[in-house]
Write a protein that binds this ligand. Structure first.
Ligand code: NI
Length: 423
């Protein structure tokens, strides 16, 4: 089935200027983009934009823990370690596979309605996450959060993560699997070496929390540069480092590294502000993520995009720092690239049709045009402007409905899970 976006504005993180076009989506891909003053191609379905609708690539949430929607609001206003040890970990012990399934679906409703087409998830019972993703037709990069604990636990987690990769990596083009060592303070260095060696031998990426807080940096026992070498991370096929608020900006990161900036979570947990400006000056790859719903507390990538664009201007006292187009690129293409999804995150002919339809017929878009669309979206817009979210050329969210998901059932089951774990 072909869908024509007739007379819409399009932009992405590689365009300084938007274009007014007809865009044809067919067989899951962007088949044709032509100027809006030309005759539109024919299609089964037509979305008539009349120049008052915009299309951008779907957001890629490059670091989250989706099922933590069930833990939202628990342990507010506490520092990271206190929050984890006293508020989060004890409740997480009560999570069953079934709860994680419904908690993940609940997160997916939230992400889809705010324009996210793909999310990078680190948690446990990841088979449940994979099944939730496949049932919806959403895209995800998944890893088992690996932590040490009672004897044998970490070995089991590593094997579990490798089994996950065996079963789901590449499934239906919707899922990639990474290895997910949780953080330096939960995974001893000897196991990091083992995990990175496994990543290398299986051709898998690594998704890791690194240098989130100053305390973590002080307790590392070596420089962060030395840690990257010693742990074997530098030889992993590709690496996504979440948070990196305290990562030494003198380090030269390899091309296959992506830093995942989580502005809201870092602000809420009082972790500090990642020196994004320095990393962008060094041409480091930076993507954006929400982190879990209990440390943000939103799974709204539009919000992260806007926060990233504003925060660093203020911190650096530089209005040119992090442009709207840069923020859009970090929220879309950079996340897809970071987790091994090719031809996603930009609106190019032949690329995959993972995209978001935005209604510009609202008072805060008066004055929008091809020259300023990205700036209007990032600074004036919000996810409330989203009309639809398309993945692989199919609507997964449209006009407040989720064609592939049973919203009422998900609400009910997620509520029951929440009640059970907080009893
Ligand atoms: Ni996290």
């Amino acid at each position: 089935m072909a869908t024509l976006f007739k007379d819409v504005l399009i932009t992405d993180g590689a365009r300084e200027k938007a274009r007014r076009v007809h865009m044809l989506v067919s067989k899951g891909r962007i088949a044709e983009i032509i100027d809006a003053d030309k005759n539109p191609p024919s299609a089964d379905k037509i979305i008539s934009g009349h120049g008052k609708m915009a299309v951008i690539p779907g957001f890629v949430n490059a670091h989250t823990h989706a099922a933590m929607t069930l833990l939202r609001g628990l342990g507010e206003e506490a520092p990271l370690m206190e929050w984890l040890q006293n508020k989060i970990w004890p409740v997480e012990e009560k999570l069953t596979p079934e709860y994680i399934y419904w908690g993940t679906l609940s997160a997916m409703l939230e992400m889809l309605s705010t324009g996210t087409t793909c999310f990078a998830d680190m948690y446990f019972e990841m088979d449940q996450v994979a099944e939730a993703v496949l049932s919806a037709g959403m895209r995800a990069a998944i890893c088992r959060g690996i932590t040490a604990g009672e004897p044998g636990k970490i070995e089991k987690s590593i094997q579990n993560n490798l089994d996950l990769a065996e079963k789901y990596h590449g499934r239906e083009g919707l899922i990639t699997v990474q290895l997910g060592p949780h953080a330096p303070y939960t995974v001893p260095l000897e196991y990091m070496k083992k995990i990175c060696a496994e990543a290398k031998s299986h051709g898998l990426g690594v998704h890791f929390h690194f240098m989130e807080t100053e305390g973590e940096k002080n307790n590392l026992g070596m420089s962060d540069e030395k840690y990257l070498e010693e742990s074997g991370l530098l030889s992993a096929p590709y690496v996504a480092l979440a948070h990196v608020v305290w990562l030494d900006t003198n380090i030269n990161l390899p091309e296959n590294f992506t830093l995942v900036h989580n502005p809201s979570s870092n602000l809420k947990l009082g972790s500090g502000v990642m020196p994004l400006h320095s990393w962008l000056e060094k041409d480091a790859h930076v993507a954006l993520g929400t982190d879990g719903a209990s440390s943000n507390n939103r799974l709204d990538m539009w919000e992260e995009m806007r926060s990233a664009a504003l925060l660093h201007k203020g911190v650096n006292r530089d209005p040119l720092c992090v442009t709207a187009v840069e923020a859009l690129r970090m929220a879309t293409y950079e996340g897809a690239r970071a987790f091994g999804f090719s031809q996603k995150g930009m609106l190019n002919e032949g690329w995959v049709a993972d995209l978001v339809l935005i209604n510009l017929d609202k008072p805060h878009y008066i004055g929008v045009n091809e020259e300023n669309l990205a700036q209007y979206l990032v600074y004036a817009g919000s996810s409330a402007d989203i009309e639809g979210t398309m993945i692989n050329g199919k609507w997964i969210y449209k006009n407040c409905e989720f064609p592939t998901l049973d919203k009422e059932e998900i609400f009910q089951k997620a509520k029951e899970a929440r009640e059970a774990i907080t009893k």
